[in-house]
Design a protein around this ligand. Sequence first.
Ligand code: SER
Length: 318
Amino acid sequence: MKETILVLGSSGQIGLELVGALRSSYGDNRVLASDIKKSEKETGWYQNIDVLDTHSLAQTIQQYQITQVYLLAALLSATAEQKPKLGWKLNMEGLFNILDLAKEKNLRVFWPSSIAAFGPTTPREQTPQVTIMEPTSVYGISKLAGERWCEYYFHRYGVDVRSIRYPGLISFKSPPGGGTTDYAIHIFHQALLNGRYASFLSRDTLLPMMYMPDAIRGTIELMEAPADKIKVRSSYNFAAFSFTPQMLADEIIKHIPNFKITYNPDFRQALADSWPQSIDDSAARLQWGWEPHYSLADMTSEMIQGVSQELKKSTSHT
Ligand code: SER
């Protein structure tokens, strides 16, 4: 069957790169990008869609005979702490809308969970797939609840929903959107622009991270895996490497020797302190063959090049 794919939240940090990758393998006219408001980075087949607008979601899915949906529209951890009710509403109602449509129209769904679904009582090192989960952030609470609903819709209604607990994602093509791990992207921009960066997380905050090309490849691999390989219908642990702000700064210094980092933790420190330091992703590896390709060093050199090019583009436009 030919797939027609809808990506909700296509202008976001993951969406922009995911749409490009999906179009390369499925074809430009098989991937409909959508967001609440069109960004200047959008190219190709696009439609404005609000995930809270059930009617236009249903209409679009019917009109284009959509077979797969990637639901990426969400408020991330730091923004959701500022707007708790909106964070809950967008993250949960958006998911319900899609799960209900998936049940009716037999859609395959991708929905992202996060390391934020864990909490301070979770074992922090090599966090297992199944463990204590008592998230303390609005974002984490919505992710844990969403995971339970995904599994429920799979068991109760047979909805083919698949999910990954993303670590912090590092990329240069699209700006990050209000997460606690965003420091690991800002640092590259500031290192290249000013040679210094004041980190909002402390020197030794160890968090699981991943370079975006790995994350995109893993996401598509999960969605393309035969259904009988997907034994976890809540959300898969998914990992590449972990680092602290200091470890990342040390890596950047290999490229920019005069780079200086200072530390000025804010409210995001408490969020980071409640999350795992490293993740056991053996279920994803064994069940559908997940394997990361990028190390911290590979990611850092590509980020330095990529961010330099983006900065050149933006100065040549001004
Ligand atoms: N990167 C996300 C955040 O910081 C975690 O999923 O909010």
